[in-house]
Design a protein around this ligand. Structure first.
Ligand code: PMP
Length: 305
């Protein structure tokens, strides 16, 4: 990873190397951070941040679940995102706002101060070069997602990603591009860091928020774009074996964008390559950034606003 020069940390822009935190920070010991992943894109009208306001609001929603008082406003975070892009002269980048319980007090319920940072760096396809076209081979993980009323899947919190690391690392170790987790019910949940869509007879089927998943902003984007394009979208419980029976399957997320899955557990899915509905969703999604898909919902936030 090529580190950029500047980072936003507790209200000021500083050199990357100076954005440090204390080893006794609460978050380092207890996973008490909340964060976002956001992408910016180059468009004919200049660089934009995709659904910035929605991501910033989810950051505050995650913090609310954990009773963390972020000492900034949504507008501060939005402005910090724009500033790190401008200062680092980044256009097509990944942004990482993060808020964490810092130093002060000891113990699980300590009301420590909350530190905040926003980093941004140039990033290509998350799951590897060429995967958006070629797709990946995925596996169902031996690790399940957390059960309801244990760790809230609806918060994008640091601690949740211990689960994601087990799923992702197991998949890579076994030679797969990504892992798919089941919920504690045994039904499909989501990928290690991506939501999941299956295609049956031209319709999109995606797992419900009750299946221990993060309510993804890309997932919401695709459901909206698909419905607008006349494609049926069904949010429903999906058993594991439907991965082997569907016509197409893909993962989506800010980092993964729309990554086709060509096989699951060594079984070919459909034609073993990105299918027509997956390609249509890629066209609609990436069309937002080259002007082919109108920005009907005001999802593109100009960096130079
Ligand atoms: N699920 C998990 C566990 C994730 O970490 C992410 C995103 N990073 C997603 C789903 C997709 O969410 P979004 O589309 O909002 O990036």
């Amino acid at each position: 990873m090529q580190y950029p020069q500047w980072i936003w940390h507790n209200g000021t822009i500083k050199p990357w190397a100076e954005a440090t935190t204390h080893v006794m920070s609460h978050a380092l010991h207890y996973g008490s951070s909340v964060f976002e992943g956001i992408r910016s894109y180059d468009t004919p009208a200049g660089p934009v941040i995709f659904r910035l306001g929605d991501h910033a609001r989810r950051l505050f929603a995650s913090a609310r679940i954990y009773e963390m008082a972020i000492p900034n406003t949504v507008d501060d975070i939005n402005a910090a995102c724009r500033e790190v892009l401008r200062r680092n002269a980044l256009t097509k980048a990944y942004l990482r706002p993060v808020a964490w319980r810092g130093l002060g007090g000891f113990g699980l319920s300590a009301d420590t101060p909350v530190d905040v940072a926003v980093a941004a760096w140039q990033m290509g396809a998350y799951l590897g070069d060429g995967v958006l076209e070629q797709g990946i081979d995925a596996c169902v993980s031996s690790w399940q997602r957390f059960a309801p009323n244990t760790i809230p899947a609806g918060a994008k919190a640091g601690g949740n990603y211990l689960s994601g690391q087990l799923v992702a690392r197991e998949a890579r170790r076994l030679g797969f591009g990504e892992g798919i987790a089941l919920a504690s019910t045994g039904l499909l949940s989501e990928g290690a860091g991506e939501n999941l869509f299956l295609v049956f007879d031209g319709a999109l089927h995606t797992t419900p928020v009750s299946a221990a998943l993060l309510n993804g902003i890309t997932r919401n984007t695709l459901m909206t774009l698909a419905r607008d394009a006349g494609i049926t979208v069904v949010e429903r419980d999906l058993p594991r074996e439907y991965l082997y029976l569907c016509d197409e399957v893909f993962m989506c997320g800010t980092a993964a964008e729309i990554t086709p899955i060509r096989s699951v557990d060594g079984r070919q899915v459909g034609a073993g390559k990105a299918g027509p509905v997956t390609r249509r969703m890629q066209e609609l999604f990436f069309g937002l950034f080259d002007g082919r898909t109108p920005d009907k919902y005001g999802w593109l936030d100009p960096v130079d606003a």
